[in-house]
Write a protein that binds this ligand. Sequence first.
Ligand code: SF4
Length: 490
Amino acid sequence: MGHKVCDINELRTLPTGVKKPEFPVDIGEMHEGERVRKPQMHLEFGGLKAETKWELIRTRKEDEITDARVIIEGPDIPDLKEGGSYPLGILVEVAGKKVEKDIAGVLERRLHYFLNYIEGVMHVNQRYDIWIRFTKDAFNKGLNSLELWGKALIWLYKTSFPILEKVQITFFTEQKQVASNLDMAQEHWSERDERARNMTDEEADQFYACVMCQSFAPSHMCVITPNRTGSCGSISWFDARAAANIDPNGPNFAVPKGKVIDAEKGIYEGVDKVLQEKSLGEIQTCSIYSMFESPHTSCGCFEGIAFYIPELDGVAVVHRDYREKTVNGLSFAEMAANTSGGIQSPGFNGIAVEYLHSPRFLKPDGGWNRVVWLPSGIKERVANSIPKDIIDKISTEADVKNLAELKEFLIKKDHPVVKRWSKEEETKPEEPKAEAVEAAEETQIEIPAGSETVIRTPTMQLPTTGGFKIILKNAKITADKVIIKRLEKK
Ligand code: SF4
């Protein structure tokens, strides 16, 4: 299959505020959050079944690209069988006199939002792990070529970022080409990530925030520091700084550190103030580096999860790409439900894989000395950042299959967490009496007829469909009966 080049003349040098060009489907923020289930789907790109998938933004010199050009390398939508899963690489190249390299990460993250703006299109994740579905309805309305996706993206990029004088998009759909260009994409991501590794949080005069995920998790704000990249792994401190310089009122903005409350835990007065404001009072304080004490919130598009294993008092990390059950018997997807939603979940922390390279990685919780398990793929990827004296004491799926085997492994390797067990034994509180435990299992409060019990909730998001959300602030809910049940231990 050869390649197809489409020059979209009506989009070339598009001035800001120009009328939206005609598209077969609607485009706008109201379509964000649409889910495309299998029966509604025309076909999908990326996701679990596609061998290779990625999306990348590259900044270019102005003479290197052609404005408003869409190139399709490989089969286009009409050539692909309905219901199938296909590889895809999306390369967006941008140029302009004021366009700096630093902006690439933030522009890349916008692909997630811009594709979700297209009616009937669902995009999740980022970088090497994208998953895009679109509906039969959108296809039947005329969204039947990647050329149209490119056209929509170019329009959205140029109207949202006037500094982009030229935008060229290439879609790779042929497996060999998607795979060979993935190596090129990996090089760009590594270069971006490594830049922030040479800087510490102390050296930064201020931090940055990202609230892009508030459309999905209203109280979530990523605090982006040199030592803690955005949870999706796509936005480093340098990326956020570049975005804030271009548009200080946009979703990335500066966060003054203010008074240092606790340098070890990463608690700053200035950060807390912005968090309180942006979470509408939901989050009062945050320890940037801890997963236990007022941890950083997690939205839903985190690249990995750091999770606590209470049985062994250790911490494990799993990334989105790891499809098996982890050592505690739960998969990434199962734990993601406990982690996401913009809440602080002590013991579950949505993180970027890049955070594992940080000298501040879970420092207040014991750092690497607390980590007992990692998928082998990630262990290999971050091996250079794991202290030499602990690396062989951290197990992977190749060493252990469950918690019993993990316990044996840790004892055999004399892992530092083993010392924590003996300390805990010494200070273990008295077991509660059997009757007290039973009474606490279920507390049922009967409300006398005719009286009113009011439950107050500071912020609550109602499940909705149709591209809008309802957030109740300071809601009062009346109920005839309240049942408080203890959740069974897994
Ligand atoms: S995960 Fe964080 S950094 Fe990434 S887009 Fe969402 S809010 Fe921004």
